[in-house]
Design a binder for this molecule. Structure first.
Ligand code: V3L
Length: 85
């Protein structure tokens, strides 16, 4: 079942789930066995590096976050910066 796994990026003391569109793009590249892919998030291009498990802002590579593919049910802060209520 495709929805069972989701992609997460790291925030302060916790993980955020990617928005569904971005998560689908990342999942498609991951399933193809690509080493990395690029996604557009809030007007910025980010590289998703599957070997280092990092999200890196393309024009400012110091902006890095850890990422992971994990069960949709893990504890998380929310989705794409929208906190759970
Ligand atoms: N999806 C949505 N917003 C993102 C993403 C993404 N994959 N990556 C970065 N941003 P940077 P706490 C995050 C936002 O990496 O309190 C969270 O979603 C990022 O938002 O330096 O630390 C929260 O909204 C940040 O605002 O390029 O857990 C917020 O941080 C901005 O892009 C605070 O979360 C710069 O990130």
């Amino acid at each position: 079942f495709e929805g069972y796994y989701q992609w997460f990026y790291e925030g302060r003391n916790g993980w955020w789930q990617y928005d569904d569109r971005t998560s689908s793009e990342i999942e498609a590249a991951f399933k193809k066995g690509e080493q990395q892919c690029e996604v557009l998030i809030a007007g910025f291009l980010y590289i998703i590096d599957f070997q280092k498990n990092l999200q890196i802002r393309r024009c400012d590579p110091y902006r890095k976050r850890r990422i992971k593919r994990d069960l949709v049910t893990i504890p998380k802060k929310g989705v794409a910066g929208i906190r759970h209520v």
